[in-house]
Design a binder for this molecule. Structure first.
Ligand SMILES: [Fe+2]
Ligand SMILES: [Fe+2]
Length: 262
């Protein structure tokens, strides 16, 4: 029987996005069926394997995105697909990077489910791209996302603070406005996909909040103060309004975690 961490490293070491998503589905089913050991296995690679395309550019060298029409829609879907592919790798990385924390099985369950959701999100967006005659890799993408993983590779609380509690929560802040704009532009294909992704992302933030609180209690730390400290140490900037208070509340995140102190 291989371990869940070995499964995670297999996904992280697979460059082809379709293979990454296929393996994610297979390993998530194996995990649910009790076919993977919870313990043991190698650490993750420093960077996940990726396909030769898209070219990864520094964020400041990304071409300006047009906002309307099919070109704008293609660029938006490609950018979102890139985020979701990173999210697949980020979820598997969390599963296998922090064995010393000895997290309960429910933690592994949550992150295997996140990986599965992210693979579904990628496939959904890849399908919409195909409808426009595009494929993931046809446009450049930026390389800023894995930076967040590298900046938090040594501490699970820092990883949770930056990835689910800040970056994924930001996605929940902005997605309803993106959906509304697409609908105003007469796009009725993309919004249902973004709506589904949005509902899942609130659950991902909720998992982040749950396990951040678990670790704070274990370490005898105040969660709000620790979130503020970790963001100051590990992240450029603070959460920016406008906030989606309803989504954040649904995820269990108190306002004093993310609103600037007076
Ligand atoms: Fe996602
Ligand atoms: Fe997510």
């Amino acid at each position: 029987m291989i371990s869940l961490a070995e499964a995670a490293v297999t996904v992280l070491s697979s460059a082809d996005p379709a293979a990454k998503c296929r393996l994610t589905r297979a390993f998530a089913a194996d995990w649910a069926a009790g076919l993977l050991a919870a313990e043991g296995g190698p650490p993750p690679p420093p960077r996940p394997a990726r396909p030769p395309h898209p070219a990864l550019l520094p964020p400041n060298r990304m071409p300006k995105r047009s906002t309307g029409g099919p070109a704008g829609r293609g660029a938006l879907l490609h950018a979102l697909a890139h985020i979701e592919l990173n999210a697949v790798d980020l979820a598997w990385d969390i599963v296998c990077r922090f064995p010393a924390e000895a997290m309960p099985r429910a933690f592994l369950d949550d992150w295997v489910q996140v990986a599965l959701d992210e693979a579904e999100h990628f496939d959904l967006l890849a399908g919409l791209l195909a409808g426009l005659g595009l494929a993931y890799g046809d446009l450049p993408a930026h390389d800023g996302l894995w930076q967040a993983a590298e900046n938090t590779a040594d501490d699970l609380m820092a990883r949770l603070a930056v990835v689910p509690l800040t970056l994924e929560a930001r996605g929940c802040d902005t997605t309803p406005a993106t959906i509304a704009k697409l609908e105003r532009n007469g796009d009725h294909t993309t919004p249902p996909a973004l709506e589904l992704i949005y509902r899942d992302e609130i659950r991902h933030v909720a998992a982040g909040v749950r396990w951040f609180r678990h670790l704070a209690a274990k370490r005898g730390l105040d969660p709000a103060a620790t979130y503020h400290r970790l963001l100051a140490e590990r992240f450029r900037g603070r959460p920016k309004p406008p906030f989606n208070h309803a989504a954040r509340a649904e995820a269990g995140m108190p306002r004093d975690w993310y609103e600037a102190e007076a």
